[in-house]
Each structure stands twice: as C-alpha cells, then as structure tokens.
Design a protein around this ligand. Structure first.
Ligand code: ASP
Length: 354
C-alpha cells in the first residue's frame, strides 16, 4: 500500500500536478523580462564593442528591476525603475537617445499598465519630461485619464513634480547624424541643428552604429511580483523622421502595451502601425485567455503568423501570473533579458540565441 502511494505521488508530481500549497509557493517567485528593441541587429554589422555595451546596459537595467522585486516590491515599481535607467541610457531609443522627428525634435511616447486592476496610463509626443514612463504612471495614478499628449502632458508632469528638462537634454550626436543621413538619402530637407545641442563635432562622427540602427531601441519591461501581480511598460522615441505628430503602438493600450492578471502582460516593439492594427498586446492575451494557448504559443502565433501576414516586423516580450515567460520576434535580432527568482539572468541579442 505504502509503496503504491509513493508511486502515485511521484507520478503525479512528474506530470506537473501540485498541491495548492506548492502552486502558491511557485507563483510567488518573481520574474522579469526586458527588451531594448527589435530590428536589423546582425552579427555581420555589429562591432563587439557596441554589442558589449548593449549587453552591459541591459544587464544593469534588468538588475535594477530584479532588485525591486527581490525586496518584495511591486511589478509596477520594478518596471518603472528598469525603464528609467534605459530612458537615461543614450544607447536606446527612449528618453535621452531617442530618435529625431523630421523637424529635428524628440517626441516621446510611453505607457504602463497594472494587471491587477486594469488601470493604465499613457503619454504621447512629450518633449520636456525626463522620464516619460514616470509620467505615464502619474497619468494612471494621479489623473482621471488614461492618455495625455504633447504640451498638456508635459504641463501635467510639471504639476505633479516630475523632472522637466530642456528638450536638448534628449539630444545625442549619434541619433542626429542618423536623421541627417536618412533625410539626405531621401532628398528631404534637413532641419537646423536643435537649439541647445552641443556644437557639431569637427568631422562627422565615425560610424558608431550598424545600418538601420534607427529601427530599434524602444524599451519595454513586463514583470511578475511576489504578490502574484503582473504589469507592463514601454517607452520610445517612435520611428526616426516621423512627421505630423505621428504616434506608434507604444502608448496605445492593447497594441504596444497591455497587462491583465486574467491572462498576461505584454510589451511590444517594431513598426507600430502594424501593431496598432492587430492590437498585438491584447491579441496575445486573448489567445491565452480564450483559446487556452501557452504564452509562447500565443506570442508566436501573433508575431509569426498574424504580423507576418501583414508584412509587419518586430517582436514582443510577455509574462503570465503563473510564471510563464515568452519572447518572440521576426527580425534578425531583439535586445532582450529575462530572469526568474533564484535562476540566472538570460540575455540575448540575435535570433540564433535561445
Ligand atoms: N513601436 C515603436 C513605434 O512604432 C518603434 C519601435 O518599437 O522600434 O513607435
């Protein structure tokens, strides 16, 4: 009898069965996934120094989020901490280091969503708020609205005491040269160098980024905290040489950013127009919630089938309250990192890495 019982327990465990206690313990392990944009990121065009810099930056930002979660902090706090570091890092197309519009400005978009209560905050076209992700969170927590845009959003940021900077704070030579190059190539007018930018270097800066670099660098984080709540956040400068107040998917809840404890949390990156049309982030969660797909199956279905059917490009990261993590992209690379409590950090750049 005894040995039969033992066998039963072993078989049950091997098949993944857990008593409620064990399930609860498992769901209380925190986890975090970070992306730094998807695009034409290939070994052939990436020099080792640049690659090492991206890997180091991702590691540092992820560690900040992991530290918050490890102290028992919320998924929202971890996301904000991680994204603020990436917004300050000139390597990424968010905050300082954002791409320029055709008029030579940096117009920033961001969103955050709390999966525990479906509250969300988003901003688009901000030009003076140092950390757009903090502003998105303030919209969620301190205003009755979900989305604010342009000068009004910056004014709200100032009102709630968020750090304001001169627009030239976001200027980087690398992104400026990239804009100039694109506009010249397309025969479009090149705007004057922005007021407040440092003087132009005597000779144009050497090629410090691979071709098509302007196509990536958006940042996003999804996290699961020890309380079992998930959240998502994304921040970007959008696409280079954008015009007419263009807004991409990043601040559109359900397109570039979404979180619900009923299904999953997603942060996307890629050509935003396609992500908006497909409602990518919500679509992934729908497949999990209503079709019973695993998180990875749902992410792959949306990226490799639905996005590809429209000839869209990009990727996403996702997390579920039960601890499932996923990433999926149809570009040659996506800067990415993930970690589960008690396990090692996993970093990736190219599409042949796990
Ligand atoms: N999705 C962003 C946008 O369209 C850009 C990106 O992720 O690279 O604004």
């Amino acid at each position: 009898m005894r040995s039969a019982l033992k066998i039963c327990i072993c078989v049950g465990m091997a098949a993944g069965a857990m008593n409620p206690m064990m399930a609860q313990q498992q769901s209380r392990r925190w986890a975090i996934v970070v992306h730094g944009g998807a695009g034409v990121i290939e070994r052939a065009t990436m020099d080792p120094k640049t690659e090492a810099a991206y890997r180091a930056s991702l590691t540092q930002a992820e560690a900040a989020g992991a530290k918050v979660l490890d102290r028992g902090g919320s998924a929202l706090d971890a996301i904000e901490a991680t994204i603020q570091i990436l917004e300050d890092d000139p390597l990424f197309n968010a905050g300082r280091g954002a791409v320029f519009t055709a008029e030579g400005k940096n117009e920033l978009d961001a969103a955050i969503m709390d999966g525990s209560n479906l509250k969300a905050g988003a901003v688009a076209g901000v030009t003076r708020t140092r950390h757009p992700i903090a502003l998105a969170r303030a919209v969620m927590e301190k205003s009755p609205h979900v989305m604010l845009i342009g000068a009004g959003a910056d004014a709200f940021a100032a009102e709630v005491g968020l750090e304001q900077v001169d627009p030239s704070f976001f200027f980087t030579e690398r992104r400026w040269q990239s804009l100039v190059k694109q506009l010249q190539k397309e025969g479009r007018p090149v705007p004057a160098r922005p007021a407040g930018a440092p003087p132009a270097p005597p000779a144009p800066a050497a090629e410090i980024e691979p071709p098509n670099a302007h196509k990536y660098g958006t940042v996003g984080v999804v996290a699961l905290d020890r309380a079992g709540n998930i959240a998502a956040g994304t921040s970007t400068g959008g696409v280079q040489a954008k015009r007419w107040g263009r807004v991409g998917d990043t601040p559109i809840i359900g397109a570039g950013t979404y979180a619900s404890n009923q299904s999953c949390a997603v942060s996307a990156t890629g050509t935003g127009e396609y992500f908006i049309r497909l409602g990518v982030a919500r679509e992934v969660c729908n497949l999990v919630q209503y079709k019973g797909m695993t998180l990875q199956q749902a992410a792959d279905q949306v990226i490799h089938k639905e996005l590809e059917a429209l000839h869209g490009d990009g990727g996403l990261i996702a997390i579920a309250p039960d601890g499932q993590l996923a990433w999926s992209f149809n570009t040659p690379g996506m800067y990415r990192a993930r970690q589960v409590e008690g396990a090692k950090l996993q970093l990736g750049v190219y599409n042949d890495e796990p």
